[in-house]
Design a protein around this ligand. Structure first.
Ligand code: GAL
Length: 307
C-alpha cells in the first residue's frame, strides 16, 4: 500500500528502518534516483538509498564508513578517516553534506563532502571519494582545502556542458565560493566566483531552469533554521542577483539540502534538523518550487512531501 510521505515525520526504507540521508543529495542514473546523505550512527558516514518512484526507498548500504578503503590520488590530501585515541578507541571525523555526480569523462561516480576533524569545525576542508558504481565500493581519497581556502557547507552542480562545480562556504563562512572542477571531477580547477561577501550564506543548493542558474541558501545559525534566500544568474561565473527571501522566516523550519529537477518540476529538499543532541530525529521537508509571474521561485508549506 502506498502511503503519502509527510513532511517533518520520520521516513522509513523498505526494510522498515529510519532513513538517514541528512544534508543529502540525489543523483538520477539509469532509471534510479540515488539518495545520498549523512548517517552518523555507529561507524557510518554516508548512506545510500535508491528509488524509482520517490515514494519507496531501498537502503543500498553505507558507502563511506570508518572502514572505507583509502587510496592516494595525484592531489595532495589528508587521508585520515578517523583518529585513534590513546585508549585504542576510535574518534570519527565529521563528513557533512555529501554530494555525488557521475563523471561521463572517467565513467566514475565522484563524491564530494565537507570534512571536519570530529572535534571542531576548524579544518573546513572538502573531501572526495570515487566508485565505479553509484551505491557501493567507494574509495576515499582524503580531504584538502581548495587552493588553501576554507570550505564548509557545500554542494555540487553539473552543468549541461558536462562541467561540474563545487560550491562551498569559505572565509569562515563569510563568502560563498564557486570552484569549477577539473574534467575528471577530482580537483578544483579554478575559482570562478566569490559571492555575497560578508553575508554568511551556507547550505547552498543549485538548479538550472530555462538556461538560468538559481541558488538557494540559508544564513549561518548552526542547527537552528533561518530565513532562506534565493538568487539567480545568467552564467555561473557572472553576476548573481541580490538575495531575496525564500520561504518564511525559518524556511518552514528547514535548511536547504538540494533541489531535484524532475519532469519539468523543481523539488526543494530541506533538512529539519534535530540538532546535536537529537541529530537522529532530523527529518526532511520536501516542497514543490513554484515560480511567480516574474519568474521568482517560492515555496508554500504543505504537510505532504511533494513526491
Ligand atoms: C549548520 C550546517 C550543518 C551543520 C551544522 C552544525 O550551519 O548547515 O551542515 O554543519 O551547522 O552546527
Amino acid at each position: 500500500m502506498e502511503t503519502t510521505l509527510k513532511n517533518g515525520e520520520k521516513w522509513y526504507d523498505t526494510d522498515g528502518n529510519v532513513i538517514h540521508a541528512h544534508g543529502g543529495h540525489m543523483l538520477y542514473h539509469e532509471g534510479w534516483y540515488y539518495w545520498y546523505g549523512e548517517n552518523r550512527n555507529d561507524n557510518n558516514y554516508v548512506a545510500c538509498y535508491r528509488s524509482k518512484d520517490l515514494k519507496t526507498f531501498e537502503f543500498r548500504g553505507n558507502i563511506i564508513t570508518t572502514d572505507t578503503p583509502v587510496e592516494k590520488i595525484r592531489v595532495h590530501t589528508d587521508r585520515k578517516l578517523f583518529t585513534q585515541n590513546e585508549d585504542g578507541s576510535i574518534q570519527k571525523v565529521n563528513l557533512e553534506r555529501p554530494k555525488v555526480l557521475y563523471c561521463e569523462y572517467t565513467k566514475k561516480f565522484v563524491l564530494w563532502v565537507h570534512y571536519e576533524n570530529g572535534q571542531n569545525y576548524l579544518d573546513a576542508r572538502c573531501a572526495i571519494a570515487t566508485s565505479d558504481y553509484p551505491d557501493r565500493d567507494f574509495t576515499y581519497h582524503g580531504s584538502f582545502n581548495p587552493f588553501g581556502s576554507m570550505a564548509r557547507d557545500c554542494t555540487l552542480f553539473l552543468d549541461d556542458d558536462g562541467r561540474a562545480y563545487f560550491i562551498a562556504a569559505s572565509r569562515d563562512n563569510a563568502d560563498l565560493h564557486i570552484w569549477r572542477l577539473t574534467k575528471d571531477f577530482m580537483n578544483t580547477d579554478k575559482l570562478v566566483n566569490v559571492l555575497w561577501q560578508g553575508e554568511y550564506r551556507e547550505a547552498p543548493a543549485l538548479f538550472k531552469k530555462d538556461g538560468k542558474y538559481y541558488m538557494l541558501s540559508s544564513h549561518c545559525t548552526g542547527w537552528a533554521p533561518n530565513q532562506g534566500k534565493w538568487s539567480c544568474a545568467d552564467s555561473i561565473d557572472g553576476e548573481w542577483e541580490l538575495l531575496q527571501n525564500f520561504g518564511d522566516e525559518t524556511t518552514f523550519r528547514s535548511q536547504p539540502a538540494f533541489v531535484l529537477p524532475r519532469d519539468g518540476k523543481y523539488i526543494y529538499f530541506g533538512d529539519r534538523w534535530g540538532g546535536s543532541e537529537h541529530y537522529n530525529d532530523s527529518t526532511y521537508i520536501v516542497l514543490d518550487i513554484k515560480f511567480d509571474s516574474d519568474g521568482a521561485p517560492f515555496i508554500e508549506y504543505d504537510e505532504n512531501a511533494a513526491l
